[in-house]
Design a protein around this ligand. Sequence first.
Ligand code: SER
Length: 318
Amino acid sequence: MKKIFVTGATGQIGSELVPELRKKYGRDNVIMGLFDKQPEGDLADGPSEKCDVRDKKKIEEIVREYGVGSIIHLSSILSATGEQNPQLAFDVNMKGLYNVLEVSKEQSIEKLIYPSSIAVFGPDTPKENTPNETILRPSTMYGITKVAGELLGNYYFEKFGLDVRGLRYPGIISWKTPPGGGTTDYAVAIYYEAIKQKKYTCFVREDTMLPMMYMPDAIKALMDLAEAKLGNLKHHADYNLGAMSFTAGELAESIKQEIPGFTCTYEPDFRQKIADSWPKSIDDSAARKEWGWKPEYDLTAMTKDMLKNLKEKLKEEK
Ligand code: SER
């Protein structure tokens, strides 16, 4: 079997995707690309390579040496870090993607999976049930690089026949690896602090509503899209993907049901403006129709599962 190369493999999504890919395709068929964070625990048990995606030669080397057939390109600077360092976000997100696209084209990669984000939307986009095809005028560097990334993905498909597939992830909530530098990070941090301190200070307002997704659904979506028949896909690098939407206050309330006495206060910072520019809910009917997308978790089921797993994890770390 040709190998699967995952960039950003020790990040929030990669560290949960890689074990699932290994389970399905075999340990030695999945090559982890990592920037500076080393794989830990079970993750360390398999091939990995240091790879800064800004270095095209290194990507070429890995693809050639391992006989890579598909790339899952996860390396990215997220929205909040991107606003603090827009030059870095441009460099990593744009140059990194361009390198991956070019290597994929030159070395005849069969499939390139490249997640996009709700960050492609902006203040002018309809907020409720946001359509797949709509106004894409983001106000963050992260969002700008994701819009350009989608367009490039579609361009490489049309122009060079490269099978690029992508989905617009909402905020992703998970307990194994914390997210880094996103606007939706509050929806993960709140669980940690609820267990550790029974209180949390949230950096967006109580009434801030955003689309969110639990990690098992995020992994399922990516793997299902990767396996979908090309002939069924009318879109390529830009599928809307929804699961649930809730306000920060509703999230806190769902935790309070499980941890009585938990309190949440709200002190919005610069990330509020980013959150306000994103949709409240997503129309993902194209993904449902073209490749059978269907999420499993709602807020209550996610909160129960998050707290159970996170409590065990934090106990073990003590
Ligand atoms: N979770 C991401 C962020 O907040 C959105 O893709 O930046």
